[in-house]
Design a binder for this molecule. Structure first.
Ligand SMILES: *Cc1c(COP(=O)(O)O)cnc(C)c1O
Length: 433
């Protein structure tokens, strides 16, 4: 199985977090998002421990909430003593209403409006990650008008290509995010930030990309090289050394058997050794390091269940298996061609010999969850499971075709409970006057 929390029981049914998925589908209906709470907590602890051991006291992971955002997640993050990254008033409000300690929240984004900045400050967000010159002025002006000091990080673009899918690469020079180091614009950015008397510049931020595998540690090592070389230059020019170096998110997860397993603890150890050595060489104090995992905290904690509907065989051409969800609950194949592992949950003991495209119910030929999957011969009423859907599925879900969004059911310790209820048809009309 592609993940440790997935197995098959004596009845030949797929289990997730030790629970029979066909029972869960019966109890809650489909489509259904499942989330393994114990796995989320485990993933948080792997990062926390590795970062503390590798980088030392004061270094920590900050969960990128955009991967899966609902109140219960932020309660879990509070209980696990995690920091969080938030990117919109909606995410800020969700964490705030969940009772998350907002001083441990970072506010990100390439285009924060004045209203967003004011909202973040009103909610007590601990640190704003400033994306550019105009935002620097906006945050300084707002903080000054309140007579306060706002903690900030400066987002820089290190000019590194993480060899991942184009749409999730964010650290290249021509990115819409951050201020480029290569062009010299970052020098002026730092100079201007240091002159802002209502801002406390804690350090630098960069984020190179997502779903990073290929020598995952190399990507972080390379960006640390660029960031610390820049830090050294700024130290010489302005006498400023960062207290925090935030190296972003992005370790990859296994969507299929072909994906490697990243040893996160070992990789963090390598990155930590490298940063320590670089700081020694450059005569810079070792900064506190922040990493921002999103996907690798929640992806393998998720699974989506559907009910099989129409099975269409076009003789001599291809086959389709249609389910009761689709691009509305999982747009990732349509967006980035993402790969997934698919099972028929009630036929795990059957031979998989039926090649088909797993498609959704939307009026859109691009509504494909996964092409070319091989499963046992499906029938109407079978339960179809798509694995590793904990990240960027619920958070990217839409109501296209006025399809109601599925509930999120959490699994923990052999028990299950609803964290997000199923949308009703009336929910869909809530904003219609
Ligand atoms: C999306 C994002 C992350 C999380 O990336 P993952 O691939 O989900 O780990 C971290 N930091 C920033 C700034 C991001 O935009």
């Amino acid at each position: 199985m592609i993940c440790k929390n997935i197995a098959v029981n004596e009845e030949g049914h797929l289990t997730f977090a030790g629970q029979d998925t066909t029972d869960l589908a019966n109890k809650y209906g489909t489509p259904l998002y499942l989330m393994d709470e114990d796995r989320i907590r485990h993933n948080c602890r792997v990062y926390k421990k590795a970062m503390l051991e590798g980088f030392g006291e004061g270094s920590f992971p900050s969960y990128a909430g955009k991967a899966a955002c609902f109140k219960r997640i932020y309660e879990i993050m509070r209980e696990e003593d995690m920091s969080v990254d938030l990117v919109s008033p909606g995410e800020i409000y969700t964490a705030y209403k969940a009772g998350f300690p907002m001083e441990k929240a970072f506010f990100h984004g390439n285009n924060k409006t004045d209203a967003d900045i004011i909202f973040a400050i009103d909610c007590g967000v601990g640190c704003i990650v400033i994306d550019g010159m105009d935002e620097l002025t906006a945050v300084q002006t707002i903080a000054a008008s309140r007579g306060m000091q706002q903690n900030v990080l400066l987002r820089l673009t290190p000019g590194i290509d993480p060899h991942t899918y184009e749409a999730v690469a964010t650290g290249k020079v021509d990115s819409k995010f951050g201020v480029a180091i290569e062009t010299g614009q970052a020098d002026a950015f730092v100079n201007a930030a240091l002159a802002c008397n209502s801002l406390c510049v804690l350090g630098y931020h960069c984020h190179v990309g997502s779903q990073v595998f290929d020598d995952a540690d190399d990507v972080y090592v390379d960006s640390a090289d660029v960031m610390l070389t820049f830090a050294k230059k700024m130290h010489e020019k302005f006498g400023y050394a960062p207290q925090i170096l935030d190296i972003g998110g992005g370790y990859g997860v296994r969507y299929t058997e072909n994906d490697p397993t990243v040893d996160i603890a070992a990789s963090i150890r390598k990155v930590a050794d490298h940063i320590r050595r670089l700081c020694d060489e450059k005569g810079l104090p070792m900064p506190n390091v922040i990493m921002e995992p999103g996907r690798s905290i929640v992806a393998d904690a998720g699974m989506t269940l559907y009910t099989a509907g129409t099975v269409k065989e076009i003789t001599g051409y291809k086959n389709y298996l249609s389910v009761d969800g689709g691009m509305t609950d999982n747009p990732r194949y349509a967006l980035y061609g993402s790969e997934y592992t698919v099972y028929i949950a009630n036929k795990m003991a059957h031979k998989a010999d039926f090649l088909c495209d797993l498609v959704g119910r939307c009026c859109e030929s691009g509504d494909v969850i996964q092409p070319d999957v091989t499963v046992p011969m499906p029938e109407r009423g079978d339960i179809v499971a798509v694995c590793t859907t904990g990240a960027y599925n619920y958070s990217m879900a839409s109501n296209y075709n006025r399809v109601a969004r599925p509930p999120v059911v959490m699994l923990s310790n052999g028990k299950n409970y609803v964290a997000v209820r199923r949308e009703t048809l009336d929910d869909l009309l809530l904003n219609d006057l």
